[in-house]
Ligand binder design. Sequence first.
Ligand code: ATP
Ligand code: MG
Length: 568
Amino acid sequence: MLMSQVFVPTLREVPKEAEIPSHQLMLRAGLIRKNAGGIYTYLPLGLKVIQKIEAIIREELNAKGSQELLMPIIQPAELWEQTGRWEIYGDEMFRLTDRHGRRFCLGPTHEELITALVGAEVSSYRQLPLRLYQIQNKYRDEIRPRFGLMRGREFIMKDLYSFDRDEAGLEESYQAMYEAYTRIFQRCGLETRPVEADPGAIGGNSTHEFMVIAETGEAAIVYCTECDYAANVEKAELLPPEEEVLPTEALPEQVFTPDTKTIEEVANFLGLPESATIKSLLYEVEGEPVMVLVRGDHILNEFKLAAYLGTSTFRLADDDFITENGFITGYVGPVSPPKKVRVIADYALKSGGSYVVGANKEDTHLKNVVPGRDFEVEAYLDLRQAQPGDLCPRCRGELKGARGIEVGQIFKLGTKYSEALNATYVDEEGNSNYIYMGCYGIGVGRTMAAAIEQNHDENGIIWPLPIAPAQVIIVPVAYHDEQQKEIADRLYHSLMAAGFEVILDDRDERPGVKFKDADLIGIPYRVTVGPKGIKNGVLELYERKTGEIRELPIEGADRAIESLLRSV
Ligand code: ATP
Ligand code: MG
């Protein structure tokens, strides 16, 4: 590629709309441009990176016996109605109607379509297992599209679906994908960590997310410092507390606590740690109030609450609901409630200590309250979110916290979709069985963004070599100089002939400008052809990642660079 001809509109200024490094740098390096919120054009060098990531994905998935196909983006509503997801997907789904009034959506994912396909085409155990995937645009009308390609409304996803005869087969497919994902992200130069996650709306019972560890990540994870346990905080299990505190003899007593509606305000007002208080959260569960208690310094995990309640149709009560049921916002508590309610408490409240709780009376709290003694608890269970410092549920080691970007996720779906869409096969004995499914996604654009989050400095992107838009950029200090031009051209053609992607900066710009652009775009190696070097018979090779500069004899420089690129 000749730099003078490449369509790479770089920017000197940091665009205001971009908050995180990957978004800023993709815009500045001329890799993407925005068309509408969460909708982007991939410019030539950006597309190159996307294609490289896709090529790695294809190689690794094909190596695991997967086959690529391509399904339509536009999908009929009827299939989604059969699985109930036409409703469940809600506002995140882009919907459209054709000229005959038939309803469609732009595919946010493809479980429905592929299950219907495989259900129609597969009939015998001899046709299984199957692993089918595509790489294609997905459409989700995200509430908050942001961070460039990180959370788009139109984005490229690789989605693979596995079809097996039984649970054991599914386990094998899941393991194969776990391995493929590990290799894919490694080959992309990313440091990832697979973590246990909550299956959420997609269903199924087991899932891992592949997280790129980065401060800007939207997900909070915890990992054990002693064993390899790691989980999204939404999922991380916690053990019941071991130590028992002796309950206080003192009985509940009212304290005047004016204008202290939050835990922080109450704790400050009484000069107590937040852990000496109880957060009484009133939930509206199918129209009825349910009180959920966690220690003041803990955070409720609604996924765990949903699992216990057996429904996900509940919400934190608003002021109206609180008042309608006789409670007082900011002073809700489990002792002498205005109305009998179910009370569910986190494990941590079972240890026997005493706490401050809302008194169900304006500007008043109760102290010396002992759960179980002063009010009845329907159940103590693991209800809170894990946090750094908690004990590992596997080995009791210490959990640490980190932030992560979810670049991929793998799910065991079981027979949820094959039952809904009647995808069956006939076994050796002639019995009809539901097909066991798994689904496996990778956000291609998000992977590109995550690679930048992990690999950049104040001067720009530092592409990992396997996904760089070009491996080498040749920068003649003055291209109009006959000798420099001759050496630069020769090296350029020779490296291209050897199969590398090379940019020759043939522009009539000052060297400083060319170096800045090369750094910003993040090309892993830069070769400078300058008068001083030529006089000494050498070229200068600069490595973007380390900043290391070495000299290469002009004669044989192509072979030296070739062997360097092949060795890393
Ligand atoms: P998130 O929790 O971040 O919304 P998800 O769980 O909805 O992600 P999946 O349905 O599992 O995502 O999709 C598979 C992969 O697609 C994700 O791991 C992620 O890399 C990517 N992805 C999902 N939503 C987006 C988006 N809005 N923009 C870019 N990539 C996305
Ligand atoms: Mg999601």
